[in-house]
Write a protein that binds this ligand. Structure first.
Ligand SMILES: NC(=O)c1ccc[n+]([C@@H]2O[C@H](COP(=O)([O-])OP(=O)(O)OC[C@H]3O[C@@H](n4cnc5c(N)ncnc54)[C@H](OP(=O)(O)O)[C@@H]3O)[C@@H](O)[C@H]2O)c1
Length: 243
């Protein structure tokens, strides 16, 4: 049975991604920075009939917690097939480039960038044991330099100094990691889930968490011929991109 770890999976897109991976027969480790919220979410999925799910205490900004989570997971499995770096925060809007305090930049980068990097590094040895390891970094169209510079893009006016820059950094890390692993079976990609109806957007998004999770799953379930080092999203749909 294939095994997946999702960070920030106690609610929103991560939770929905867990449910869809369970539907595909995966065993899902549901990362949550709050133990109780993680147990509650895992309990909800079990109540829906999915038995192959377990909560894993994982605060992506806490090195000690990441190391403990890695050790705990290592006692349960020798192989991890999918890692989804989904945990993310916006830092609040507006976030003007000139006036937003540096501590907000640090807080957002700690979660969205350094958290994803540290989790990837910590769990990579387990992923290497998989015959088809997949890493999905949940990014944002706001992190695309191309879209951010295109006045025709529907979110062109949604500028911020912090969150978009954090996702741009995550995209760059995705490319570097995919390149480093290009001679292996790894596929490493970044996915924009869309503008999604979650707490993150105060439920203003026009995509459902289920539609968003389906986009994340496309990258998590890529076959051997699938791309690596790409950024996928609705708005980047071109000849180059499958979705
Ligand atoms: N919603 C959108 O429209 C949208 C668009 C583009 C990209 N995204 C990205 O999609 C991802 C998921 O967003 P969402 O809409 O599902 O947001 P959400 O409903 O707010 O969920 C975010 C999740 O991340 C967790 N989290 C935050 N900080 C964490 C930390 N330090 N360690 C571990 N988990 C942490 C949260 O845990 P708590 O419950 O404990 O707070 C929660 O489980 C994020 O990376 C976001 O940037 C979202």
């Amino acid at each position: 049975m294939k095994k997946a770890l999702i960070t920030g999976a106690n609610k929103g897109i991560g939770f929905e991604t867990a449910r869809q991976l369970l539907q595909h027969g995966y065993f899902v480790y549901l990362g949550s920075r709050d133990r109780q919220r993680g147990e509650q979410a895992a309990g909800q999925l079990r109540a829906e009939g999915y038995s192959q799910v377990e909560a894993l205490h994982l605060d992506v900004t806490d090195s000690t917690c990441i190391a403990a989570a890695r050790q705990a997971l290592g006692q349960r499995t020798a192989v991890l097939d999918v890692l989804i770096n989904n945990a993310g925060i916006s830092g609040g809007y507006p976030q003007p480039a000139l006036e937003t305090p540096l501590h907000t930049f640090r807080e957002v980068f700690n979660t969205n960038v350094f958290g994803a990097i540290e989790v990837t590094q910590a769990f990579c040895d387990l992923l290497r044991e998989s015959s088809a390891p997949r890493i999905v970094n949940v990014s944002s169209g706001l992190g695309s330099l191309t879209l951010q510079n295109d006045p025709r893009w529907r979110f062109y006016a949604v500028k911020g100094g912090v969150y978009p820059a954090s996702k741009t950094a995550l995209n760059a890390y995705t490319i570097a990691l995919a390149y480093e692993l290009r001679e292996t079976h790894f596929k490493v990609n970044a996915v924009c889930p869309g503008y999604v109806d979650t707490d993150f957007t105060d439920h203003l998004g026009d995509s459902s968490p289920s539609e968003a999770a389906a986009r994340v799953l496309q990258a998590a379930l890529l076959g051997p011929e699938g791309p690596s080092g790409q950024f996928f999203g609705q708005e980047v749909g071109t000849d180059r991109n499958p979705w």
